[in-house]
Structures are given as structure tokens and as C-alpha cells.
Design a protein around this ligand. Structure first.
Ligand SMILES: C[S@@+](CC[C@H](N)C(=O)[O-])C[C@H]1O[C@@H](n2cnc3c(N)ncnc32)[C@H](O)[C@@H]1O
Length: 238
């Protein structure tokens, strides 16, 4: 319970996703069943955002303003947030509405199940994964998001030259991420094999990062790029 204990100590919301769905603000959230699709079933993201721009995706947004901050600074990019907790999506959307950022859309879905149904292979410019749940107990570790299978999935959906940025406060999980991602075909560790990034490519801090840094906990950063010719191709058809 180290993580939950330390999360409570620094005042983070560690409730499991609620079953009851709160009322949501009207804009910015898109329901998967309302997404426009072409006759092959691919989502028409240009129609969703009403403009064609590169797509970046944050997985596990929580209630952090990270996505809002980077969307504000990068108006030439469209950002999709994925978060399965209804309570956190509702809180996050209030912040998006308040800031009036137009290049964010939020989906309240589970990432592994939905990425293949939402995106075409090799179509994502960047994935952001910030402080994924660490599942510290040995018997729960199979629930961790970053594993061999999911790394292959992310690599397949990245466009050539695209990237994955990860950060975590949990040292043992950081090591696991490094080993798994370093061995994923098509991904290159920008700091060199077995080496964490000294600074994140995106300096904006997340809610968890800010609170853990204040509590004196070290943050581990990982930065990967999809190399042009060797990435996994089409095993995950949309
Ligand atoms: C520890 S919080 C981190 C929140 C935020 N990224 C930050 O750094 O402040 C992890 C978040 O990921 C969400 N999450 C975990 N697994 C997920 C999945 N498979 N699909 C969608 N959301 C997920 C959780 O509900 C939670 O809000």
C-alpha cells in the first residue's frame, strides 16, 4: 500500500472509478457511439475537430490540467484525452470549459480496448502517459498499463517519427517501463538503451507530478520515438 498511503498523504484522489455516472458539461466530451466514421469504420477526426491537424493522445488524464496546458500552447495540434473514471472526466471537463480550449476532446473509455476502435494504425503523432496507476502489490502488477502487449499496441498506432512520453514517481514501475519499451520493435529510447531522460520533452507538470515533487519524491521520465522503417504495422486494424 505504499503508493496509496503516499497518495493520501499528499492529498490525491485515489478512489476507484465510480459506477454512478455524474452529469457532464455539454461540450468537449464525445461519446464513442457519436463519433463520425467513414464507410470502413475509421473515425473522421478532421470532422470531430472541424480541422485537420496532427493528433496527440493522453492516456489516463485524471483531473490534471496537463492536457489543457499543452493544448493551449499548441493550437496547431488536436488533443484527445482518454480517462475511464467518470468522476475524473467530469472534473476535468469543468476545467476545459473554464479555460475555453477548443483543440481538446475527451473520451470516457478504457484505453486498451478503445485505441484500436478510435484510431487508424500509424495515425497518432504522440502518446502521453503520466503517472499511470502503479499497482504496487505483486498480485496486482499484471494490471499495469505499460506492458509488452500494450507497448506493441502504442507503437502500431504511432505515425513514423511520432513519440511516446512517460513519467512516473514509482521507481520499480519506471524500471519495468524502461525494459519493456526498450525492447519494443520500432521504438527508440531517445536517451539511449537503459537510460531515463534527464528532463521530459514536455516540461508542463501534471497534478500528480507536482504533488510528488513537493513531497520530495523523484520523478522518472522516459522519451521514445518511432523509427521510420521498423515500426509494427497493421496488426491492429481499426
Ligand atoms: C494515477 S492517475 C494520474 C493522473 C494524471 N495523469 C496525473 O499525472 O496527474 C492515473 C489515471 O489513469 C486512469 N486510468 C488508468 N488506467 C486507465 C485505462 N486503462 N484507460 C483509461 N484511463 C485509465 C485512472 O482512472 C487515473 O485517473
Amino acid at each position: 500500500m505504499r503508493w496509496r498511503d503516499s497518495s493520501r498523504r499528499i492529498g490525491l484522489d485515489v478512489d476507484s472509478p465510480p459506477t454512478q455516472v455524474p452529469e457532464l458539461p455539454p461540450s468537449f466530451e464525445i461519446l464513442p457511439e457519436h463519433l463520425p466514421r467513414d464507410d470502413k469504420g475509421s473515425v473522421l477526426w478532421t470532422e470531430v475537430f472541424e480541422v485537420s491537424r496532427p493528433l496527440q493522445v493522453e492516456i489516463g488524464v485524471g483531473t490534471s490540467t496537463f492536457l489543457i496546458d499543452i493544448a493551449e500552447r499548441n493550437p496547431g495540434i488536436n488533443f484527445v484525452g482518454i480517462e475511464y473514471s467518470a468522476k475524473r472526466v467530469a472534473k476535468f471537463l469543468k476545467k476545459v470549459n473554464h479555460r475555453g480550449v477548443s483543440n481538446i476532446r475527451m473520451l470516457r473509455v478504457e484505453a486498451v480496448q478503445w485505441i484500436p476502435k478510435l484510431f487508424s494504425c500509424q495515425s497518432i503523432a504522440h502518446f502521453h502517459i503520466n503517472h499511470p496507476d502503479p499497482w504496487p502489490k505483486r498480485r496486482h502488477q499484471k494490471k499495469r498499463f505499460v506492458n509488452r502487449e500494450n507497448s506493441l499496441l502504442l507503437a502500431a498506432f504511432l505515425s513514423s517519427g511520432g513519440g511516446i512520453s512517460l513519467r512516473t514517481d514509482f521507481a520499480e514501475y519506471a524500471q519495468q517501463m524502461l525494459e519493456v519499451l526498450d525492447q519494443t520493435p520500432g521504438l527508440t529510447n531517445l536517451s539511449g538503451p537503459g537510460v531515463f531522460a534527464s528532463i521530459p520533452r514536455e516540461p508542463t507538470r501534471t497534478l500528480y507530478e507536482t504533488k510528488f515533487l513537493k513531497a520530495g519524491v523523484q520523478i522518472f521520465y522516459l522519451e521514445y520515438e518511432k523509427t521510420a522503417r521498423h515500426g509494427p504495422g497493421t496488426s491492429h486494424a481499426p
